[in-house]
Design a protein around this ligand. Structure first.
Ligand SMILES: CC(C)(COP(=O)(O)OP(=O)(O)OC[C@H]1O[C@@H](n2cnc3c(N)ncnc32)[C@H](O)[C@@H]1OP(=O)(O)O)[C@@H](O)C(=O)NCCC(=O)NCCS
Length: 110
C-alpha cells in the first residue's frame, strides 16, 4: 500500500486483478532493490534469466505466500521489465526517473 499515491488507487488496481471476495487491505510482495548485470554481459539474456529465477523462487516450493514482485525501475530499464511481464502501477510517474512496476505471480500460476 505504501507504494501507492492513494488508498483509492490501491483499491482500484486490485479490484481489477483480484476476484471479488479475495480483496484485502494489503498483499504480500517482494521488492527488487537494484538489479544489475555486468556491462560485459548486458543484452545477452542474463537479466531475463535472473528475473525468471526470482519468479521461480516464489512459484515452486513457495513458503512466503508472496503474490507480487515490485520494482522502482529506472527509465532506461523500463523496456527490459516490460519485456519480462512487468506492468505499471500508475501513469502519474511516467515523467519520473524511476517508475513503479509490478509482476503478478498470481497470473503465472493461473
Ligand atoms: C537492466 C539490466 C538488469 C537488464 O539485464 P540484461 O542482461 O542486459 O537484459 P536481457 O539481456 O535479459 O534483456 C535485454 C533487453 O532488455 C532491454 N533493455 C532495457 N534496458 C536495457 C539496458 N540498460 N541494457 C540492456 N538492455 C536493456 C533491451 O531492449 C533488451 O531487449 P532486446 O534484446 O530486444 O534488445 C541490465 O542491462 C543492467 O544491469 N543495466 C544497468 C543497471 C540498471 O539499469 N538496472 C535496473 C535497475 S531498476
Amino acid at each position: 500500500m505504501s507504494d501507492f499515491e492513494s488508498k483509492r488507487r490501491f483499491r482500484r488496481l486490485f479490484a481489477d486483478t483480484m476476484p471479488a471476495g479475495k480483496q484485502y487491505k494489503s498483499y504480500p510482495a517482494v521488492k527488487i532493490g537494484r538489479l544489475g548485470v555486468h556491462t560485459d554481459f548486458q543484452s545477452t539474456g542474463f537479466g531475463g534469466q535472473l528475473l525468471n529465477y526470482i519468479k521461480g523462487m516464489f512459484i515452486y516450493n513457495n513458503r512466503t505466500g508472496c503474490q507480487y514482485i515490485t520494482v522502482d525501475a529506472y527509465s532506461r530499464s523500463l523496456r527490459f521489465y516490460e519485456k519480462n511481464g512487468f506492468r505499471y502501477f500508475t501513469d502519474s510517474d511516467s515523467q519520473s526517473d524511476t517508475r513503479q512496476m509490478y509482476f503478478s505471480l498470481v497470473d503465472l500460476v493461473n
